[in-house]
Ligand binder design. Structure first.
Ligand code: SF4
Length: 456
């Protein structure tokens, strides 16, 4: 057997992750390639529980002419190890995704065995590159292509409605799961791309700062196909900023209701972009949870992070969301260089006072491609290490280490935050009142305790 293109989502260090969702980027790319008549397969290594050797074994059998590996920064080392292993097994080896988009030509220093890197949105340009390679073109050129000595600027796709729906048929759809929706089939959707805000820790190298949206009909058509053809009942919106245009969100919700799609879903919101009418329709259409980047209890820190929101907006948004019957997940950041340990204890108190349903506490990470990365490099704060929180424990992660915020201090505040938030009697009782909450609490509690013990 021999195929033209094989797209790979590289292995992850954790054997049984609680959260496992379809790799949307290569699923979109798979359908764009197939639409051009290019024979394509996908290996989603995390979903199939494959390690580097097992993936290489499959590559050997499929004999692809071109292999495209996608990677984020936390999984970059896994992608590099895989690239090295399969180098002799294919004619062309290409690395793309968020990490390649963020580091550009540096990708060749990090992974010298590849032939090309690819940056930015790939659905329009990658199929063109594949055609050039298959037809024997020795000097291919197209927007987004990264060569050792030259790279071409990527082009953002303007007409998102024209991109075919992801190639779900190339993925092991029954394997995906979300810890908050046990027993239900899960899929991810991007209803829009890009975000006009400029938080300093955010890497916007792939989708950029120009907001582009699919029509509500196009979005709900995809949901309906997932619902009817794949029995998907939980949808995670992977938009950079789903709630940027409330009137558009309301239209999507009304269509979900009118088509009788009994789904549950989660999205990312922004505390300055919520209103009661939008929340009402979101709840009616099955929205279970909104995640807000709250980050800190201190306005000076929100300003330093260039969040463009106020603490009053945080409190109002959380209150309105809970009043609408939607759960709130709050993201918080520790190790902000202008904060002291005591000030970060205030952030833990703030998270508790807000009565959030879930929190994610993480250390501030200077991801390549973000403004914070440039600051960290300039100040000598950039380190490569392992993720310090329980959600991504063991994955690589850029760390921001200052004279004050040492790795030990960061681990200490993160552990203190998790203990104080999740192991409160009031929180345990409240979650335990709902049977599903109890099951999840036990599962995530065990995971949390494992992490607390493991990290000393
Ligand atoms: S963190 Fe969210 S709101 Fe901020 S720039 Fe990134 S996508 Fe936009």
């Amino acid at each position: 057997m021999s195929i033209e293109v094989l797209l790979i989502n590289p292995p992850i260090p954790e054997k049984h992750p609680g959260l496992l969702v379809p790799p949307l980027g290569i699923a979109y790319l798979g359908s764009a390639l197939r639409e051009q008549g290019i024979e394509t397969r996908i290996i989603d290594a995390p979903a199939l529980n494959l390690d580097v050797c097992a993936v290489a074994e499959q590559v050997k059998q499929l004999k692809p002419q071109i292999v495209g590996i996608t990677t984020t920064t936390p999984l970059a080392n896994s992608a590099f190890a895989l690239a090295k292993e399969i180098r002799p097994l294919t004619r062309w080896l290409i690395l793309g995704g968020a990490h390649a988009s963020a580091v550009g030509q540096k990708i060749f220093e990090q992974c010298p065995v590849i032939d090309f890197g690819f940056q930015g949105e790939a659905e329009e340009q990658f199929p063109a590159l594949v055609k050039m390679l298959i037809s024997g073109e020795s000097n291919p050129a197209c927007p987004g292509l990264i060569l050792r000595d030259f790279s071409q600027e990527p082009v953002l796709i303007s007409e998102l409605n024209k991109i075919p729906f992801p190639a779900w048929e190339l993925l092991p759809m029954s394997q995906y799961r979300h810890p908050l929706s046990p027993g239900r089939k899960v899929a991810t959707i991007m209803s829009s791309r890009g975000c006009p805000y400029q938080c300093i820790f955010c890497d916007q190298s792939v989708c950029g700062t120009r907001f582009r949206a699919r029509s509500p009909e196009n979005v709900v058509e995809e949901i309906e196909q997932l619902y009817r053809n794949w029995d998907v009942r939980t949808i995670i919106f992977y938009d950079d900023l789903f709630t940027l245009k409330p009137e558009r969100v309301i239209e999507i919700c009304k269509l979900i209701v009118s088509r009788g799609l009994k789904i549950k879903w989660k999205c990312e919101g922004r505390v300055n972009l919520v209103n009661s009418e939008m929340l009402f329709w979101m709840k009616r259409a099955g929205c279970e949870m909104i995640a807000y980047g709250i980050e800190s209890a201190h306005q000076k820190s929100l300003d330093w992070l260039n969040k463009g929101v106020t603490l009053d907006q945080v409190q109002d948004a959380v209150k309105l969301t809970r009043k609408a019957g939607i759960k709130v997940l709050g993201y918080f950041i520790f190790g902000i260089p202008i904060e002291t340990y005591e000030e970060e204890l205030d952030t833990i108190d703030f998270a508790i006072r807000l009565k959030l349903d879930y929190v994610q506490f993480a250390s501030l990470s200077p991801f390549p491609g973000s403004r914070l990365y440039e600051i960290a490099i300039k100040q000598g704060w950039y380190r490569e290490g392992k993720a310090l929180g329980p959600e991504e424990y063991g994955e690589s992660r850029p760390l921001l280490i200052t004279d004050y915020w040492t790795e030990e201090k960061l681990s200490q505040i993160l552990k203190q935050a998790h203990r104080r938030f999740y192991l409160r009697p009031g929180y345990i009782i409240r979650s335990g009142l709902r049977i599903r909450g109890l099951i999840n609490l036990v599962k995530s509690g065990l995971r949390l305790i494992r992490w607390l013990l493991k990290s000393g």
